[in-house]
Design a protein around this ligand. Structure first.
Ligand SMILES: [Ca+2]
Ligand SMILES: [Ca+2]
Length: 79
């Protein structure tokens, strides 16, 4: 499991940048979206080790899912 955890951590920074770029093209693809519905649920968010307290900030329309624009807007607050 140690190897998996390391790969996971290494992938986080790069994948967040990739998601931002892809969302700008109109399609939201993010490795945290494990069921590939183009939205990140609270379960997916936490499973991806994103801060749980940030989920509610990112989910600006409070539908319980983070879509592409919401994710990009949230990322822009994480300088
Ligand atoms: Ca999902
Ligand atoms: Ca939302």
């Amino acid at each position: 499991m140690a190897r998996l955890t390391t790969l996971f951590a290494l992938g986080l920074t790069a994948s967040l940048a990739a998601a931002t770029a892809q969302a700008a093209e109109g399609r939201f693809i993010h490795p945290a979206d494990t069921n590939k519905d183009d939205r990140i649920s609270r379960q997916e968010w936490v499973a991806y080790k994103l801060p749980a307290a940030e989920f509610d900030k990112a989910d600006t329309d409070a539908d319980g899912l983070i879509n592409g624009p919401e994710f990009v807007a949230w990322r822009q607050t994480q300088a």
